[in-house]
Design a protein around this ligand. Structure first.
Ligand SMILES: NC(=O)CC[C@H](N)C(=O)O
Length: 196
């Protein structure tokens, strides 16, 4: 299975490491051609405004939208913002997931925190350490979006068909269960694709 990580900016190296620990060698994606043949893609955390700008310069914005229309994509924090159909105060970027979000809704970098989460679909029910860093808040979701975890009222892990999003950063925890869940989603889609 070939998994890519958008590597324009932000926390992409940590995902490479986590996937490596799970036995999957990730590929860095910086151009449209590098999306060819991938079975799944991670949009990492970082700064969504910088990623939008850099992606727009190379035509990756259109290629990412096409990719995400049929293939698995997981958006982490800034990546979740890139996937959202509605972003408070700005135009959406990929607009693939039916949800509205507010950026930086949990405060600044110094106000980062870890919160134990109960996430649906993990291999076991131990609380998952959710690392929140200038995280977006999901304000509302459409009918096709399944909420996998909440913190208080706010959805913090979501799935819509082959798309997944987390407001928190699983690549910084040393706990590979959310990555394993995304790999399962990719494997499942790949099998179905092969089955026709
Ligand atoms: N940790 C993160 O990815 C932060 C996201 C960032 N605040 C943004 O709006 O893009």
């Amino acid at each position: 299975m070939r998994i890519g990580i958008l590597a324009l900016q932000g926390a992409f190296a940590e995902h490479v490491e986590m996937l490596g620990a799970l036995g999957t060698r990730a590929e860095l994606v910086r151009s449209c051609a590098q999306l060819e043949g991938l079975d799944g893609l991670i949009l990492p955390g970082g700064e969504s405004t910088s990623m939008r700008r850099l992606a727009g310069q190379s035509g990756l914005d259109v290629a990412l939208r096409d990719f995400g229309a049929s293939r698995p994509v997981w958006g982490v924090c800034a990546g979740l913002i890139l996937l959202a159909a509605r972003v408070e105060g700005e135009a959406p970027f990929l607009g693939l997931m039916d949800m509205g979000v507010a950026r930086n809704a949990y405060g600044r970098q110094q106000e980062s925190f870890v919160s134990g989460l109960s996430v649906d679909g993990l291999t076991d029910s131990r609380p998952y350490p959710g690392v929140f860093i200038r995280a977006p808040r999901v304000l509302e979701t459409g009918p096709c979006v399944k909420v996998l975890a909440r913190r208080g009222d706010a959805p913090v892990a979501l799935r819509q068909g082959h798309l997944m999003a987390t407001a928190f950063h699983p690549e910084l925890t040393g706990d590979g269960r959310v990555h394993a869940c995304f790999l399962d989603l990719c494997a499942d889609r790949m099998r179905r694709g092969l089955a026709g």
